[in-house]
Each structure stands twice: as C-alpha cells, then as structure tokens.
Design a protein around this ligand. Sequence first.
Ligand code: HZT
Ligand code: MN
Ligand code: MN
Length: 370
Amino acid sequence: KKVEEKIEQQYDPISTFYPDGNYPQGEVVDYKDDNLYRTTDEEKRALDREKNNKWNEFRKGAEIHRRVRKLAKDEIKPGMSMIEIAELIENAVRGYSGEDGLKGGMGFPCGLSLNHCAAHYSPNANDKLVLNYEDVMKVDFGVHVNGHIIDSAFTLTFDDKYDDLLKAVKDATNTGIREAGIDVRLTDIGEAIQEVMESYEVTLDGETYQVKPIKNLCGHNIGQYRIHGGKSVPIVKNFDNTKMEEGETFAIETFGSTGRGHVIGQGECSHYAKNPDAPANAISSIRVNRAKQLLKTIDENFGTLPFCRRYIDRLGEEKYLLALNQLVKSGVVSDYPPLVDVKGSYTAQYEHTILLRPNVKEVVSRGEDY
Ligand SMILES: O=S(=O)(c1cccs1)N(Cc1ccc(F)cc1)Cc1ncn[nH]1
Ligand SMILES: [Mn+2]
Ligand SMILES: [Mn+2]
C-alpha cells in the first residue's frame, strides 16, 4: 500500500523579502472632525515615531497574514479534512514567521467554523470532519510577532448563493472600521454596524432573510500577548459609552446570520488560553502533578496566547485532557467552546486589526482581497 508522502511545502521566512526589516504599512486613514489635526500635529507625529518598532512588528504579522490567506483561498477545496486545512495554514504561518512559540508564529488557534457555527471551532486530533462544497467557513487565524497579534478573518465559500450574506458582513465590518477612531464611543460603532448589516437581505433555497448581526459577538482591543484587552466593540447599539483611546489596537469584527442572531457555546472545545488575570493562589493551589506539568508547558510555549489541543499534541504531551479540564475548573485557564447559532442557519464573518496611532488610523491587516 503506497503510503501517501505528506510533503510539507517549505516557506522562506518573510524577513528574506524585507532585508531592511521595514514592513509595508496597511491602509492609512486620517481621523475625523476634531481629531483631524493629529495628521499634521508635530507632537502626535513624534509620539507615533516613538512606537515605530511596535507598529512594524504588527506590519510583519499582517504581511504574513495576507500571504497565508491568499494561499488558503487558492489551495482549500471541498473534500479536504479540517485537519489538513488547519495544518496548511499553520505550517505557512510558522514557515513565514521563522518562529514557532513566544517570539512569533500562530497568535491563536486557526478557526475554521462552519455554517451555523460562527467562531472558535478548530479540529482536535482524530477529527474526521471534511469540508463540503456548500459549507460557509469562517477562516479566523492569528499571527503574532513578539506578542503583537494580528487578528483577521474572512468567510470562504464555493457556492455563490451566499454572496449577499458575505457582502452584508463585509460592508458592516468596513463600516465599523470607518466609524472607529480616538474618542469614539463603542456603542456608536455598534449602532452603525447594525444599521448597515440589517439593510441587507439574502435569499437561500427560496427563503428570504434579513441579515441579522449576531448580537452577543463583538470585536475587542488587543494587548501584547493578550488577545482580549478588556474592551469589547459591539455590533449592535449597547449604550456602552466607553471610548476608544490613542495608542490602542482593536480587532473590528462583525458577524451576520440567517438564524436567531445569537450564539451559545456548544460542542467539544478546542480553544483555550491562560487567564492573564488568574489569581496567583489559584496557580499555586494546583496540587495535581499532571496539571502542574501541563501548566509549565503552557507557560513555556504559549504564555497567555490562546492555544488549541493540537498545539499541545505537537509538543509531545499525552493524556493531558483531565489536567487541562482541572486547570479550566480552577480558573487558571479559560476555555472558549465553539459558538453556534441555530442548526440550519448560516453565519459569516469579516475581521481586521486596526492601529489607533497618535496621528493616523492604520488598518494594518487590509489587503487586496478584503
Ligand atoms: O470571542 S472572544 O473571546 C471575545 C470577543 C470580545 C471580547 S472577548 N475572541 C477573543 C479570542 C478568544 C480565544 C481565541 F482563541 C482567540 C480570540 C474574539 C475572537 N475570536 C477569534 N477572533 N477574535
Ligand atoms: Mn479573529
Ligand atoms: Mn477577534
């Protein structure tokens, strides 16, 4: 029996293509109204230059993200297993990064959520699921460089019958990106997103739906090695008058659905992350040796970056599930189960990472594709 040789395509580290170490800016946009002065204000421009190393690390991650998602769009076909798809993306991110751990590489697990599942599904070992022609797949993966995480996602379909749903969500996400800015209230962004999203309808198999924002999903600010910095960007009006601030990094993501417009956690979990706010005594209270060992492996390889079970497997760990569940139970590690709308519904997502630089807004993960 001919054993299918699984040849992993080789990637030159992206630094090969940028020998001077300067990575291309994303889409640069001036702030609006009374923040327009920032574009030319000398003090703001000086503040921006002080942080150029950080912006440049985000730009390196964004360039890797653009190349990997182009490869994904070209190579992913119906009939591939979800594991093959995840590994294609992960090998490319690690290859282009030239890193695989705390210095750089995958910023969080490769999300491949299908149809009524909107987020946080990634295959675990032995997952037999195969991609079908009629599937609506949210490809949501992170690239980090020195803990600066690019969080960007798009929806991949083969059947063009979903095009109106995808158009609605792409327009809604771009609306959120346009409204975002220094001193802008989070609720005002949500309101603008909701209005655009609900202005679309999609007809599938003879039934017409008004596209609904998934009201309990949202964007978020991003900190170094922290995928969620504590601020959430709603995709509906939510009266949260918290403002965006100078120097913050945000993931602007919107989700549209033909279902209820609300998700619940359901199914086997793949996504986990050490809780950055875990109380020290919770950590020292871990008595079970296997759990202690696993926590050490998590600290050394992921820190507070989210990870999935396959990333633990590839480190050579075995029989860790009970210990992992104990770490979750004690609050030291958080679990992020798949988030699903009702069965039979279809959900779509687009997401970009934006930098609220002192002088301009930079949509750093913007590409020709979305
Ligand atoms: O839903 S979230 O938990 C969240 C949204 C608002 C406040 S916290 N989440 C953050 C996250 C959690 C775990 C991960 F493994 C990766 C990311 C948003 C998101 N998931 C994928 N891309 N962006
Ligand atoms: Mn994401
Ligand atoms: Mn996100």
